[in-house]
Design a protein around this ligand. Sequence first.
Ligand SMILES: *[C@@H]1O[C@H](CO)[C@@H](O)[C@H](O)[C@H]1NC(C)=O
Ligand SMILES: *[C@@H]1O[C@H](CO)[C@@H](O)[C@H](O)[C@H]1NC(C)=O
Ligand SMILES: *[C@@H]1O[C@H](CO)[C@@H](O)[C@H](O)[C@H]1NC(C)=O
Ligand SMILES: *[C@@H]1O[C@H](CO)[C@@H](O)[C@H](O)[C@H]1NC(C)=O
Ligand SMILES: *[C@@H]1O[C@H](CO)[C@@H](O)[C@H](O)[C@H]1NC(C)=O
Ligand SMILES: *[C@@H]1O[C@H](CO)[C@@H](O)[C@H](O)[C@H]1NC(C)=O
Ligand SMILES: *[C@@H]1O[C@H](CO)[C@@H](O)[C@H](O)[C@H]1NC(C)=O
Ligand SMILES: *[C@@H]1O[C@H](CO)[C@@H](O)[C@H](O)[C@H]1NC(C)=O
Length: 355
Amino acid sequence: MHVHYFLLIGFSWLSSCDAAIDPRVQLALTLNSSTKGISTIPDGRIFMVHGSSPQITEYNTSTGIQTIYPYTKLEYDASSPNSSDIKSTYVSLNAQRIGPDGNLWLIDTGGSPASMPWGPKIIVINITTNSVDRIYHMGNVTKTGSLLDDIRFGRPGSNRAYLTDAGIGALITLDLATGQAVRLLEGHESVEASFPASFQGTLNRNMDGTVASAPAADDLEVTPDADYLLYQAASGNLWRIATKYLDQSLYNSSLATLLGDLTEDWAFTSSTGGTAIDADGTSYYSNFDRTSIDAVWANGTRFQYVQDDRLVFVDAMWVSTDQKLWMPMTMETSNGTYAVYTMDIGVGPSPIDHA
Ligand SMILES: *[C@@H]1O[C@H](CO)[C@@H](O)[C@H](O)[C@H]1NC(C)=O
Ligand SMILES: *[C@@H]1O[C@H](CO)[C@@H](O)[C@H](O)[C@H]1NC(C)=O
Ligand SMILES: *[C@@H]1O[C@H](CO)[C@@H](O)[C@H](O)[C@H]1NC(C)=O
Ligand SMILES: *[C@@H]1O[C@H](CO)[C@@H](O)[C@H](O)[C@H]1NC(C)=O
Ligand SMILES: *[C@@H]1O[C@H](CO)[C@@H](O)[C@H](O)[C@H]1NC(C)=O
Ligand SMILES: *[C@@H]1O[C@H](CO)[C@@H](O)[C@H](O)[C@H]1NC(C)=O
Ligand SMILES: *[C@@H]1O[C@H](CO)[C@@H](O)[C@H](O)[C@H]1NC(C)=O
Ligand SMILES: *[C@@H]1O[C@H](CO)[C@@H](O)[C@H](O)[C@H]1NC(C)=O
């Protein structure tokens, strides 16, 4: 989700010895900076994005060494702003993922507030050559208060991708061939946080004690049959909409205005930092209230998948081809490191999500 809950008060790192630890949850990586999301590829390369510079790193599983990913040299230099540079460099990465095409897709919010119109963008990188394959500029479908959040891909061959705007709640459908995009559902309850986010039973508060508003449309997944987009605000309640309506709305503005009526309440989910979906269509949600991972079966039934007191503030998750759920922690451990946990789930990724 990629939104940080620095403002929580009263949190203390797990110290009690009767803490609930599930041995299936295993420490996979120990990082020096928190990550907002991880992608793994079968040959062992691991990519991640961070909230501060360097914003992209690569972890080599055979050496255990984390290096600055080469494309980091194209990080925007905010100390000498240059409106030409901003078209081709990233300002503030919020998400990354290896797409179904094998490229690394980076989501740049363009800053906060977003630097318009060239800040918000999607940068596609070929990880064989470590070079930029394409940049999609999203300035026509975002606003100054937008927070371009994350991306998922549509039906294979459809050239469609979907994004969430967690700043000013909305979904975005993007035509990957032409780069044309449309902003959808703005103002509809399904893309807004209807309730503040909650952490271990307590509402998330600002420093001054007022209840903090939760990020709007944030987490999203496409079902393995590509028929539905599942999406939710950070504070929860999962909605779904048929992808065919999102796809058609790109070139049918009268349908776009009717979209609210085509959304469905889908599952009662908690405040979450991140999600993932597997080949069976089971989607996984980090549950901030219960330090658990919850899952929603393909039929919409939710259940607790695993509970472990170490699972505090799990951000964007990932299902690897070796059938593990990757869970990056945005909460610092007592010794100043950040843990990434994995758990065997016995099923691989949705094939239309990534290989
Ligand atoms: C990872 O490290 C090994 C051992 O040094 C090296 O052979 C391999 O090329 C590295 N992988 C990448 C993707 O850099
Ligand atoms: C983290 O920092 C320590 C100490 O500087 C260093 O030895 C270690 O290699 C770093 N770990 C990673 C994953 O970069
Ligand atoms: C701004 O960026 C452009 C494109 O990278 C470059 O050609 C130009 O020299 C830069 N201008 C300044 C003042 O640095
Ligand atoms: C990445 O570049 C290599 C070398 O040019 C090419 O073979 C490969 O098809 C590219 N990958 C994608 C996903 O386009
Ligand atoms: C917005 O759309 C117009 C028309 O297609 C295009 O010329 C312009 O470059 C776009 N702007 C951005 C920021 O993408
Ligand atoms: C656009 O959507 C509307 C509403 O669903 C529908 O009546 C109309 O036939 C669609 N237009 C096209 C060209 O598909
Ligand atoms: C939903 O699917 C799961 C897994 O297939 C099944 O165990 C459960 O009974 C189903 N629930 C309903 C209400 O059909
Ligand atoms: C502290 O850091 C080390 C690596 O530097 C790691 O192996 C260990 O698990 C960490 N301790 C905790 C409580 O996370």
